[in-house]
Design a protein around this ligand. Structure first.
Ligand code: MOS
Length: 753
C-alpha cells in the first residue's frame, strides 16, 4: 500500500485546522488568568484579593480555599497542590485564578492582588539539593556484574563530571483548556493535552466528583513534546473549577510568557561517571550517578529517572555496570517529560565518558564505540536480553554507505590546511527502548463504527500532536478493510468514547492504539467475510476484500463493499467493534531491578560533521548522515519528518537552547529573544537519512517501528563533532561536558590554556 499523505497537511497550511483558541466560544464565556508566585521559596504571610475582586468585570478570584475536592494534582506522588496554600516552592507557581468577562480585565485585576511572602532559602541546582538532602523520593540503582572487579581488570580508568541543561518544549500552541458546565453538574473540557484521562482524573479529584461526570475532548495539539503529558492538567483543572462553581463556560489559555515561566522543562542533570577499559578498548566497568533536577514536585520525575537508568549505557554492552539516580528537589517549576524522557540525559553521559577516554589515551571515540556496540542476545543491566539488534548493522551500514573513510580523510586534510576554521566529526549510535517503562501503562483501546453507507468512523486513545498518528491510524483501518482512506474519519480523542487511556507518549501511541484498532477492524472484517461467504455460497477461507470489492479465490465477485454493508444491515450483523490491546511479553520487577521492560528497541547511527569558525566561535554542520531503523515504515513521509524534527530538537538541546535561571530561581531565558531554538539554517543543508533494511518487528504496528523519540538522540553527536573541531584548534583544550555547546562556550574552549 502506498504511504498516505498526512491528513492534516491541507488544514494546516490553509489555517483551517482547529486548536482550542480557534473554537467558537459560547455566549457568557468567562476568561481565566493565573496569579502566580513571584518568589521561588517562601511562606505566604498574607494574600489580599479584595481590591482585585472589586474591579468591574471581575467575576471571582479563586484560591485553594474554593476547591471542593482535593487540592492535589500530583500524578506519581501526591506532592503538588493545584493552588499554593501556605507555601510557595517556585516562581510561576499558581496561587489564585482570576475569572473575568475579558482577558484584559483579568490582567488589570492581577496587578491589584497583594501578596506578602516570607522568603525561605532557595535551591536551584541538583547537586546543591542533594547536599542538603532535598530529594523527591529514594534514589534508585540498577546494576549488572561487579564494577569493583571490572575496574580491577581495567587498564585505563577515567572519571568525569557532566552537566546537561534543560530544554523548553516550545510547542507552538501554549497550554490551555475550555471548560463548559453541562446538565446535572457534569463538565465538558476541551483540552490541549497528551493525556485526556490524566486530565479527567485530575479534574475529578480537584472537584471531588466521579470521573464519569467529566468528559475530556482533544481535537489536536499544536505540539506537545512531553510538555503536555502531565502538565496540561492544572490549566484544565483551573478552568473546570471555575466553570463548575460559576456554571459558566471558562476559557484559560496561557500567554507565551506565562507558559514559559509556569511550566517545567526537560530535566537538567548533573552526573558523575567512572569508566574502565581494557587495552583492547573493551569497556570493562561503568559507574554513573545521575543528579536529576526535578524541580519543586515529583511530576513525572521518578519515571523519567527510570528511563535514564535504562539508557545509561546507550548502545554498548558493558559487563559491569552500576547506575544510580537521585531525583533532587529544587525551587524550579516541576520538570517534566520531554521527547526522550530521560533517555538523552543518560546517553549523553555514556558518550561523554567515551569521549573523555578517547581524548586521554589518544584514540578516536569511534574506535571505542565500535568495539563495544551491542550484539544479538546481549543482556542489558536491566536484565532484558536484546534481540533483533541492529547496532552493528546500522553502524557498519552508515560507515559504508556514507563513506566515512573519505569524510574522515577530507576533514583531516582540511584541518591541516586551515588555521581559522576547523572541522570535527562524530558518530552517534542510538538504542532506544520502546514501551512505557511502567508496564501497566502499555495498553490501549479502539472503537470502530462501520456506518450503513460503508463509511467508517474510528476513535482511539491516541492524541494527534503533529506527529501524524491520525494518518497512521487511518492507514491501518484503510488497509484492514481495503477501502479508500477518504471513507474513513478519525474522531477527536474523547474520554467518553475511549476510556482509561495512557497518555500519547513514550513513542508508543501508534503501536498501542494502532494494534487495538487493527484488532477491532479485523473482528469486523471477519464478520463481513462470513456474511459474504454465506451470500456467495463459498467457503469463508476463499473470501478476501480488495479495493472495495469482494474477491473469491482472488477473482472479483459481484459483491461490492457497499452492497456487503447493506446486506450486513439487513442480516443484523454488528458493524461496531471495541477492542483492547495490551503489549504481551513485557514485565519488570522493581525489587530486583530486572526484567523485560521493552517490546523492542529502535537502533540507528548518525555521522555528523561540523565546521567551527575559530575566530568567532560560531559553527555550522556540514552534513548529517543517518542510517535509521524504521522497521517496515507504513508512513514514509511522516516517519522521515519525525526523524528530521527529532534531530533538529536534539541538536537544539545540545548546541543553542540554553535555559537560564538566576540564583533567585527566576527564569532569565523567558522569551524567544533570550532562548534560541534552531531554525533550518542551524541544522545542515546536507541531511541524508537512509532507512536500514530490516525485517521489522512484530511488536510494532504493521512492523513499522516507533519513531517519535529515538532520533532526538542523534543530536548528541553535534556536541562531540564541535568538541572535536575545538580540539583540532587548541591543543590545550580541556575536555568538559557542559551542554549546550553555545558559541560563547566554543570561543572559551578555543582560547583556553
Ligand atoms: Mo513523551 S516525553 O514520553 O510525553
Amino acid at each position: 500500500m502506498k504511504s498516505m499523505t498526512n491528513i492534516d497537511s491541507f488544514g494546516h497550511v490553509r489555517g483551517e485546522s482547529l486548536f482550542i483558541d480557534d473554537l467558537d466560544i459560547k455566549r457568557n464565556t468567562l476568561f481565566a488568568l493565573v496569579f502566580d508566585s513571584s518568589k521561588a521559596h517562601g511562606k505566604i504571610k498574607n494574600l489580599d484579593i479584595s481590591k482585585a475582586e472589586t474591579i468591574e468585570g471581575v467575576i471571582k478570584i479563586f484560591t485553594y480555599k474554593d476547591i471542593p475536592g482535593e487540592n492535589q494534582i500530583g500524578g506519581i506522588l501526591p506532592d503538588e497542590p493545584l493552588l499554593a496554600e501556605n507555601l510557595v516552592d517556585y516562581i510561576g507557581q499558581p496561587i489564585a485564578i482570576i475569572i473575568a468577562i475579558s482577558e484584559k480585565i483579568a490582567k488589570k485585576a492581577k496587578a491589584h492582588i497583594e501578596i506578602e511572602i516570607d522568603e525561605l532559602p532557595i535551591i536551584t541546582g541538583a547537586k546543591e539539593a542533594a547536599s542538603q538532602n532535598q530529594f523527591i523520593n529514594a534514589p534508585r540503582t540498577i546494576k549488572l556484574g561487579n564494577t569493583k572487579k571490572g575496574f580491577e581488570t581495567s587498564d585505563f580508568i577515567f572519571e568525569g563530571e557532566v552537566f546537561t541543561n534543560g530544554q523548553e518544549h516550545l510547542y507552538l500552541e501554549t497550554q490551555g483548556a475550555y471548560a463548559e458546565p453541562m446538565e446535572n453538574g457534569n463538565i465538558k473540557i476541551t483540552s490541549s493535552t497528551q493525556g485526556p484521562t490524566q486530565v479527567q482524573k485530575g479534574v475529578a479529584k480537584v472537584l471531588g466528583i466521579g470521573m464519569h461526570k467529566i468528559e475530556v475532548d482533544v481535537i489536536r495539539l499544536g505540539g506537545g513534546f512531553g510538555g503536555k503529558e502531565d502538565q496540561a492538567t492544572p490549566w484544565a483543572a483551573m478552568a473546570a473549577l471555575a466553570a463548575y462553581r460559576l456554571r459558566k463556560p471558562v476559557k484559560l489559555i496561557l500567554s507565551r510568557h506565562d507558559d514559559l515561566r509556569m511550566t517545567g522543562k526537560r530535566h537538567p542533570y548533573e552526573s558523575n561517571f567512572k569508566i574502565g577499559l581494557s587495552k583492547e578498548l573493551k569497556i570493562m566497568a561503568f559507574e554513573v550517578e545521575f543528579f536529576q533536577n526535578s524541580g519543586a514536585a515529583a511530576d513525572l520525575s521518578p519515571a523519567i529517572a527510570e528511563r535514564t537508568l535504562f539508557h545509561a549505557t546507550n548502545s554498548y554492552f558493558i559487563p559491569n555496570v552500576k547506575t544510580t539516580v537521585y531525583s533532587c528537589k529544587t525551587n524550579l517549576p516541576p520538570n517534566t517529560a520531554f521527547r526522550g524522557f530521560g533517555g538523552p540525559q543518560g546517553m549523553f553521559v555514556m558518550e561523554a565518558a567515551i569521549a573523555k577516554v578517547a581524548h586521554e589515551i589518544g584514540v578516536t571515540s569511534k574506535e571505542i564505540q565500535e568495539i563495544n556496540l551491542f550484539q544479538e542476545k546481549d543482556k542489558t543491566h536491566y536484565g532484558q536480553i536484546l534481540t533483533d539488534v541492529e547496532s552493528r548493522n546500522s553502524w557498519n551500514s552508515a560507515i559504508k554507505e556514507f563513506n566515512y573513510k573519505k569524510l574522515y580523510k577530507d576533514i583531516t586534510s582540511f584541518n591541516k590546511k586551515n588555521k581559522d576554521f576547523k572541522k570535527g566529526i562524530a558518530l552517534m549510535p542510538i538504542c532506544f527502548g520502546i514501551s512505557f517503562t511502567n508496564t501497566p501503562m502499555n495498553n490501549a483501546r479502539a472503537l470502530v463504527h462501520v456506518y450503513q453507507d460503508g463509511s467508517i468512523g474510528i476513535s482511539t486513545g491516541a492524541v494527534e500532536m503533529g506527529q501524524g498518528v491520525n494518518t497512521k491510524l487511518i492507514t491501518i483501518a484503510a488497509q484492514s478493510f481495503s477501502i479508500a482512506p477518504e471513507k474513513i474519519k478519525i474522531e477527536t480523542t474523547n474520554t467518553t468514547r475511549v476510556a482509561n487511556t495512557s497518555p500519547s507518549a513514550a513513542s508508543s501511541t501508534a503501536d498501542l492504539n494502532g494494534k487495538a484498532l487493527l484488532k477491532a477492524c479485523l473482528t469486523i472484517v471477519k464478520r463481513l467475510k462470513n456474511l459474504a461467504a454465506k451470500e456467495l455460497k463459498v467457503n469463508v477461507q476463499e473470501i478476501s476484500l480488495h479495493d472495495e470489492l469482494v474477491y473469491v479465490k482472488d477473482k472479483k465477485s459481484t459483491l461490492t463493499w457497499k452492497v456487503l454493508i447493506e446486506k450486513a444491515m439487513l442480516e443484523r450483523v454488528a458493524l461496531t467493534e471495541n477492542a483492547h490491546y495490551a503489549t504481551p511479553i513485557i514485565h519488570y520487577n522493581k525489587t530486583d531491578e530486572k526484567g523485560h521492560p521493552f517490546a523492542y528497541h529502535v537502533f540507528g547511527t548518525a555521522i555528523l560533521t561540523s565546521t567551527v569558525d575559530c575566530i568567532r566561535g560560531t559553527y555550522t554542520f556540514d552534513s548529517i548522515k543517518i542510517v535509521h531503523d524504521y522497521g517496515k515504515s507504513m508512513s514514509k513521509g511522516i516517519d522521515l519528518g519525525q526523524v528530521e524534527g527529532a534531530l533538529a530538537q536534539g541538536i537544539g538541546w545540545m548546541t543553542m537552547e540554553e535555559i537560564a535561571y538566576d540564583k533567585s530561581g527566576m527564569l532569565l531565558s523567558n522569551a524567544l529573544s533570550t532562548y534560541k531554538i534552531p531554525d533550518i539554517f542551524s541544522i545542515s543543508e546536507d541531511i541524508n537519512i537512509k532507512p536500514l533494511d530490516t525485517k521489522g518487528n512484530e511488536m510494532a504496528i504493521l512492523k513499522s517501528k516507533a519513531v517519535g523519540e529515538p532520533p532526538l538522540m542523534y543530536g548528541i553527536g553535534a556536541y562531540f563533532a564541535i568538541q572535536n573541531a575545538i580540539k583540532e584548534f587548541n591543543p590545550n583544550y580541556k575536555m568538559n561536558f557542559h551542554t549546550p555547546m553555545t558559541p560563547e562556550k566554543v570561543l572559551m574552549g578555543l582560547y583556553q590554556n
